[in-house]
Write a protein that binds this ligand. Sequence first.
Ligand SMILES: [Zn+2]
Length: 249
Amino acid sequence: MKPTSNHIKGIITRCTNYKEADRIFTLISDNGIMKFIARGAKKPSSRLSGHIEPLNYVTLYYRPSKSLNSVSQVESINAFLEIKKEYNLILRAQYMMELSESLSSENEDSSYILSLLISTLSNIHNSKIPDLDILIFEFEILKHQGFGIRLFDCTNCNKELERSDHYFSSKVGGFYCGGCFESKEIHHESIKVTIEQQLLLRTISRKKYKDLINLNLGEKEINNCRKLIQKSVEDIIGVQLKTVKFSDL
Ligand SMILES: [Zn+2]
């Protein structure tokens, strides 16, 4: 057994009880999604108990196996207790974990997704507008996975978008200019996005997060931008995420 191969950090995304005293769980790590069994973890005397819970950032030692890696030792780095105190934040955290999982796979570098997830979970309880944190998270994770939204020019004719309302289509991952939108007859599959909402997305894409607070954002602006990202996620993974409905999108 290589010493480097049996030590890993990550966030536990889901757990189930197995047999009388075991727990089976999924972890998002730097090496993608991994599955583990923690034998005896349900026994109160177990050193593993208490650490193996969804939404715990842990470091663990394990014996690698082709089916389920067996955990020998685990410690919590951050249990995100501030989030666990608030039901609304738990729902949002569950959604972010599900989104991260759905865009990761086994044996694939997920270090960017994991670090984005950790930093968003670490800050969201202090946020004035938690849904804005979620929008940034969604935007960045999609972009990193190669599904970035084209914000500055028309996806059909490549012309720079004028300063006005435009229509977004998740099928093309961007906006149509006025002329292309009229000629395409795609009203049914597009979402109208106002100038303010486009500005919000552009500010996020430039990573000028501090400027967002000066935009005087309303719930409507954020929710419409999130709707457009939700639609993109749905198109990419083929289904709607189970945990998506924490707000009335
Ligand atoms: Zn166009």
